[in-house]
Design a protein around this ligand. Structure first.
Ligand code: ADP
Ligand code: MG
Length: 731
């Protein structure tokens, strides 16, 4: 008897919602309490220090050691008052998640052995040297030169968690190469600021800065902790490698529209309270499409900060889940047959004057600017569609994009009927009819006025990887467990490069005698034609789209190791070099890490799958088979041969089926082990990753198919692994 499974089910049913109370009646009372934000800075820094730090943050002025010392002093006092005894640099290595190494504030006051004091200097704030050898670098840093250091990112505020002051940092090698995801993001943000500001100044010369915004929507699954513990695949890989679909699934859509289950409602409240303490403006919470799937989305913010807040939020969500006897699943596809989890990245650019560049304007000039940014975005996404896909692709996300029951791994852009009509009109009109400047020097565009309200309600196309949603684009292909940095660095870099090229073309036309408006218009017209292939408003899930996308020359590759290669295509190398985001050396190194990560993920899954099949599934199946055999045997002893045959006929069919499935599973597990061993001796990471994809991965589906069939045959009481209906519907 599978006592563990039933005990877990029984316990899960008994669990009640935790009582959670708000730290205070109003969120504003404790919002950002643990963040070294403006309010804290004003209180704990001198006026001059505060002003100087603001200059560092906003204008990128240099941080000298005396300023760093002043800031560190104030920060330490603030943090210790909140109970901090330690500090750490917090960085984003090329693996999943974040890394930190905690050090205590204590130090000898004088000679070693003497009294201790609490110390935190500007040097410790600005720079640290973690043991870099344990983080992947893709060969940039061989172990004998394992040095790398973390450097403070003042644009993302420090915060206190538990007893530790946490300082967001970049992570670079001593030779200057980025070893993390934050450094390239900061470079891309600065590149897009520069390029977009130059373009904005064509419309409004007083614009000084353009900021990239990000609003993420975090999808997640919750599973009862006890049930989770009895699923080794969930524990070790974050997803179920086996499991037959539940009879009830998401067909009824009742979860999406239903009320939030009480244990989950308590959890959601709790993570919001935590979010507010850390200055994360959590706004939306709701059920998602799949059973036990939910979403949390804050109000959008400046891109770099928003990325950090997402990383922090994911770790808060994990911790708080334990408090509620849940486990949080951030895997992109924890369960076959039902929706996977994404993290839509709502992205836009805005000026320092408060203008959102993707919102239609109130004047013709603003609308021309809006169309300029829109069309340039389409160009950037068109040129770099393969790279953008690479920026979000992982072993996990591949199950959500491009696999069975998932949207295809193709990046296309959705605009909606209205914008499409406007671009069509622009494309087919001459500048003489489209641009009229009247006697009072007012610009009239021959394009229809773009009504803001209408755009806000654009027909939502849920199947598009990159969709315009009124005042922003929504990059939907990003995976739920991802660090948004990767997608955001790529998108902003692509946009920066595109805007640079646009400006050069427009300037050349102006130099040749064209008016500014006509020059912009003429370039946009060409761009609308050139980028047409990326626009697709139809059903992205249909097979017809795959055929059509290939015809249009969009990247349709589905193999993760091959998709990753887009990072080192000639156009990508050029893009990252021109924008100063990543060098060719860094790009190659990063791909090594990506392949390595891919290999490890598939390797672990293959091992777990093999173990489960051999140790959990086959023993149970054969035990059930022998009960059936016993039954047949005894039936023969009691009844006449004809009667016995009749009575046992179903048992015999089942016995044969079980034997068939068991031998197929055994054979495939054996073959998979051989394939893995062959792959393991391949020297280059890229070839090895391809071997894992082409030779090892295909066994997963075959093995799973037969295991899931057995799950339907074997006595439920004997089955050891919690079933989908238990994992998905108990909460
Ligand atoms: P939906 O589920 O309809 O896509 P949500 O409300 O769940 O919408 O999430 C939308 C996200 O987009 C929120 O984080 C919101 O703050 C963000 N957002 C809204 N406007 C912008 C913008 N101009 N730039 C970036 N993000 C934005
Ligand atoms: Mg959305």
């Amino acid at each position: 008897m599978s006592s563990l499974r039933f005990k877990a089910v029984e316990e899960a049913f008994k669990k009640k919602a935790l009582e959670v109370t708000a730290p205070s009646k109003f969120a504003s009372d404790y919002y950002g309490k643990y963040v070294f934000n403006n309010k804290a800075m004003v209180k704990y820094l001198s006026k001059d220090t505060f002003k100087a730090l603001k200059n560092v943050i906003e204008k990128g002025s240099t941080l000298d050691i005396s300023l760093a010392n002043q800031i560190a002093g104030g920060m330490k006092l603030w943090a210790t008052e909140l109970g901090a005894t330690h500090y750490t640099h917090w960085f984003q290595p090329l693996t999943d998640g974040t890394a930190e190494k905690h050090d205590s504030f204590i130090d000898y006051a004088g000679a070693p052995g003497e009294d201790i004091i609490e110390d935190f200097s500007g040097k410790l704030l600005a720079q640290q040297e973690p043991d870099a050898s344990s983080f992947p670098s893709g060969g940039i840093r061989s172990t004998f030169e394992a040095r790398g250091y973390t450097a403070w990112d003042p644009s993302s505020p420090a915060f206190v968690m538990d007893d530790t002051l946490i300082i967001p940092t970049i992570f670079i090698s001593y030779t200057g190469e980025s070893l993390d995801l934050k450094a390239p993001l900061l470079k891309a943000l600065s590149a897009v600021d520069k390029a977009a500001t130059a373009v904005c100044q064509m419309f409004d010369p007083t614009v000084k800065k353009v900021v990239a915004y990000l609003g993420w929507e975090q999808e997640y699954f919750l599973v009862d902790e006890g049930l989770y513990a009895t699923r080794p695949d969930l524990v070790l890989t974050g997803r179920t490698l086996l499991g037959h679909e539940s009879a009830k699934n998401q067909q009824l859509d009742d979860h999406y529209f239903g009320s939030v289950p009480s244990r989950v409602a308590a959890y959601m409240k709790d993570i919001e309270f935590e979010a507010y303490k850390y200055g994360i403006p959590a706004k939306t919470r709701h059920n998602e499409v799949a059973p036990n799937q939910f979403e949390l989305a804050p109000i959008y913010g400046e891109c770099n900060l928003s990325v950090d807040q997402n990383l922090l939020m994911m770790s808060i969500m994990k911790r708080v889940a334990r408090r509620h006897s849940f486990r949080l699943l951030l895997h992109e596809k924890p369960f076959a047959g039902i929706n996977g989890s994404g993290k839509h990245n709502n992205w836009s650019l805005g000026t320092d004057k408060g203008l959102v560049l993707y919102a239609p304007g109130k004047t013709a000039v603003e609308n021309l600017q809006f169309v300029t940014f829109l069309v340039n975005t389409l160009m950037a996404v068109h040129k770099h569609n393969a790279l953008l896909k690479a920026s979000i692709m992982t072993a996990q996300n591949a199950h959500r994009l491009g696999a069975n029951e998932a949207p295809p791994a193709i990046v296309s852009a959705f605009l909606g009927t209205q914008l499409t009509a406007i671009l069509d009109k622009l494309e087919n009109s001459t500048s003489e009819e489209a641009i009229v400047i009247d006697d009072k020097k007012v610009l009239h565009l021959g394009i229809p006025n773009i009504p803001e309200v209408f755009l806000d309600n654009t027909d939502r196309n849920r199947t598009s990887a990159f969709a315009f949603t009124g005042n922003r684009f929504e990059f939907r292909a990003v995976g739920s467990s991802a660090n948004c940095s990767s997608a955001m660095a790529t998108l902003n870099a692509a946009m920066a490069q595109q805007l640079k090229e646009f400006k050069i073309e427009v300037d050349a036309k102006i130099a040749a005698g064209s008016t500014k408006e006509k020059a912009i218009f003429d370039v946009l017209k060409v761009y609308i034609k050139l980028s047409k292939a990326i626009r697709f408003d139809g059903n992205g899930y249909s097979d017809a789209w795959k055929v059509e996308a290939a015809k249009r020359g969009l990247d349709c590759e589905t193999s993760v190791p091959k998709i990753i290669e887009a990072y080192t295509s000639a156009s990508s190398i050029e893009l990252f070099k021109n924008t100063g985001v990543l060098t060719e050396v860094e790009l190659h190194a990063r791909n090594e890490v990506k392949w390595e990560t891919y290999i490890k993920k598939i390797q672990i899954e293959a091992r777990v799958l093999g173990d489960l099949a051999l140790n959990h599934i086959i023993p149970v199946a054969t035990r059930y088979q022998s009960i059936l055999l016993d039954n047949v045997y005894k039936t023969k002893a009691v009844f006449s041969p004809q009667k016995a045959e009749k009575i046992s006929s179903l048992d015999i069919v089942l016995i044969e089926e079980i034997a068939e499935h068991v031998s197929t599973i055994k054979k495939n597990v054996e073959d998979m082990v051989v394939a893995r061993k062959l792959a393991n001796v391949i020297e280059h990471e890229k070839d090895k990753a391809n071997a894992y994809h082409d030779q090892v991965l295909p066994y997963f589906d075959v093995i799973r198919y037969h295991v899931d069939k057995l799950e339907m045959i074997v006595d439920d009481e004997m089955w050891t692994l919690p079933k989908y209906r238990e994992l998905l519907f108990i909460r």
